[in-house]
Design a protein around this ligand. Structure first.
Ligand code: TYD
Length: 202
């Protein structure tokens, strides 16, 4: 069954859409596993807490992201797909390219080695990239509670993150669909329903 990932800079509003899409799928009789990265397993959630709170080098950050991902794939994603479930993941490897390569400046070829090793060819069937004006994203982050280590970054960091996301969408237009968020929630939901309509049958 399909593996769907949700991406975007902090403040793009993707998490709302993950839960809504899961409800729609369940209403169509699908079994859905909703999960997130970093996280998704007890070990992954422990690593998430470290990643979001502790200062560390960019290499450590990347390696911990992939350690959490290896566990997530082994314990949650691959078993759910094998059971025939839909898997909706709030972030996956595109976030590592955007944040660790774009944001932190790590060379992409390092990440590609980890991706090949850990994923062994498994990729999301579809990735929804929620694209937002960076000023709006900043206001949303400011309105949320205490910012984590990523949310405290400067706008220039988020500009680099967004640029990598959009480059990846251009390079892989069949997998990565850019969802413009400068519209009403209704308009976005209508687009998502259209996009998934042919998959309800699956
Ligand atoms: P986020 O999904 O924004 O959580 P929340 O909505 O609860 O704030 O995610 C966690 C942070 O982790 C986010 O700032 C992006 C970062 N991240 C990476 O830097 N690399 C990755 O590979 C992943 C999965 C997340």
């Amino acid at each position: 069954m399909p593996f769907v990932s949700f991406e975007g800079v902090d403040g793009a509003g993707k998490s709302t859409h993950v839960n809504w899409l899961a409800e729609q799928l369940r209403a169509h009789g699908k079994t859905v596993t909703v999960t997130r990265e970093p996280g998704g397993t007890p070990l992954g959630e422990a690593l998430r807490s470290v990643l979001l709170n502790q200062t560390m080098s960019a290499d450590t950050e990347l390696l911990l992201m992939f350690a959490a991902r290896a566990e997530h794939l082994a314990q949650v994603i691959r078993p759910a797909l094998a059971r025939g479930e839909w898997v909706l993941s709030d972030r996956f490897t595109d976030a590592s390219y955007a944040y660790q390569c774009g944001g932190r400046g790590i060379a992409e070829n390092r990440l590609r080695i980890l991706e090949t090793w850990v994923q062994q060819g498994l990729q999301p069937d579809i990735t929804l990239l929620f694209d937002v004006d960076l000023e709006i994203a900043r206001e949303r982050r400011a309105a949320q509670g205490e910012p984590d280590r990523f949310e405290r970054e400067q706008q220039a960091f988020f500009e680099r993150v967004r640029a990598v996301y959009l480059q990846r969408a251009q390079a892989e237009p069949r997998r990565i669909r850019v969802i413009r968020t400068d519209r009403t929630l209704e308009a976005i939901r209508t687009e998502l329903l259209h996009m998934f309509a042919s998959w309800w049958q699956v």
